[in-house]
Design a protein around this ligand. Structure first.
Ligand code: GLC
Length: 421
């Protein structure tokens, strides 16, 4: 009796696609940012219980740029070491040929996701990766400190600088020598492309390369926006900010040593965790704009799940990607790690709204977010982005003016483009 019910349970409760006796051992690769690895471990325990398939996590550095470099090597070598990749929203056009077409496998569930996100992962009609979570940054501010000094969250970058300076200096004078006004991502990597695109776009300086492929970055508004960011270094931001990635900024923020932080929603849940010094002491607003007549700009981010063409366990790997992208798992990820779901209905979920209020609040921010030019520049996006972040990083480190560096950048991107993207 007992044996029979166990047998029936295995056929019904668990998926019938594969029997535990023939279980596959899958490898999943992901960057180690925030709570991502911890959450994946929970998911994989549930997946193993449901399907009998084991998943091992291959952890990578948090930097998307470092991950991309390694993934390209594996894929170019046709390596079967990795079955499922967690992929950045910008990579689809560059890696499309290396991944399995998920159009068929996802046909019953894909409509539940935001069409714009699915579109970003579709290349020449092929669904290259399944949406896992989307991303759009916030300006994190310390409610307690702003209240103490009678300030409101800033609407322009200049307001931010003024408030940050005043609070930073007064807090330092009162004994907190480590207080910083503003932390962000200033390291020379993809994260700086995201931050700098926001400074430029929110000041009317365009999107580096426009949707029609034209190169717009060499303009006075873009140059002024980058010079303005340069003026923060060593003033409201530590000189070390030029080496910071997301996790470095979050480290300073969570020890209570920053008035403002630019970061993605994952920092919201962690900021409210038991060991965070800023628990319940901060709020989030959209990033500031260049002036009262400009509009705030948030760079569109996000992560997806792609199955390697070289996987020896494609069937199970697809099953894993579907399991991870499901509404149930995305809800768990939203609750656990405050990641923005890609499934429309979850923005009306009462549990998510109660535990992670940033999520329903951020629906419009991400729907209006600015894409990086990965679609128009196609397989050359990574080179365009690295030319851009280096020009910005050089300027901010005192190597040349923004005006001169953007002129050189324009020439380099033009050469890279050639006759056409
Ligand atoms: C976040 C975004 C991703 C972006 C990265 C830059 O992880 O989701 O799209 O490329 O930050 O550091």
């Amino acid at each position: 009796m007992k044996f029979t019910s166990m047998f029936i349970g295995a056929l019904t409760g668990a998926t019938m696609l594969c029997s535990p006796a023939l279980s596959a051992e899958l490898k999943f690769v992901t960057g180690a940012t925030g709570a991502d690895i911890e959450f994946a471990q929970k998911t994989f325990a549930a997946f193993e219980k449901a399907t009998g398939n084991k998943v091992t996590i291959v952890p990578m550095p948090s930097s998307t740029t470092d991950q991309f470099g390694q993934y390209k090597l594996w894929l170019a070598a046709g390596s079967s070491d990795i079955d499922v990749y967690m992929t950045d929203v910008i990579w689809a056009p560059q890696l499309a040929d290396q991944f399995v077409d998920l159009t068929d496998a996802s046909k019953d569930v894909i409509k539940a996701h935001f069409p714009s996100i699915v579109e970003s992962q579709t290349v020449n009609g092929k669904v290259v990766a399944l949406p896992y979570f989307t991303d759009a940054p916030a300006l994190y501010y310390r409610k307690d400190l702003l209240d103490k000094y009678g300030k409101k969250a800033p609407a322009t970058w200049d307001d931010l600088a003024t408030i940050a300076k005043e609070i930073q200096d007064k807090e330092r004078a009162a004994g907190n020598k480590d207080m910083q006004g503003f932390v962000f991502q200033g390291n020379a990597y993809e994260g700086l492309t995201c931050d700098a695109l926001e400074w430029v776009k929110s000041s009317g300086g365009g999107q580096i390369v426009e949707a029609d492929g034209s190169i717009s970055i060499n303009n006075p508004k873009a140059a002024a926006a980058i010079e303005r960011a340069k003026s923060w270094v060593g003033s409201i931001s530590p000189a070390g900010v030029l080496g910071y990635q997301e996790e470095d900024s979050r480290g300073i923020w969570q020890t209570g040593n920053a008035v403002f932080m630019r970061n993605w929603p994952y920092a919201y849940g962690l900021g409210n965790s038991a060991d965070s010094k800023v628990k319940n002491q901060f709020g989030v607003v959209p990033l500031p704009a260049g002036s009262a007549s400009d509009k705030s700009a948030a760079t569109l981010g996000g992560w997806n799940l792609a199955v390697s063409k070289y996987s020896k366990n494609q069937k199970e790997a697809i099953q894993l990607a579907l399991f991870m992208a499901s509404a149930e798992n995305q809800k768990a990820n939203a609750l656990f790690a405050s990641h923005l779901p890609t499934i429309v209905a979850l923005y009306d979920d009462a549990d998510i709204a109660a535990k992670q209020p940033i999520i329903p609040q951020w629906k419009n921010v991400f729907l209006n977010a600015v894409p990086r030019p990965s679609a128009p520049t196609k397989v050359k996006y990574n080179e365009v982005s690295s030319l851009f972040w280096n020009a910005v990083h050089d300027t901010m480190s005192g190597k040349g003016s923004a005006k001169d560096n953007l002129e050189v950048l324009e020439a380099k991107i033009t050469k890279l483009k050639g006759a056409n993207w």
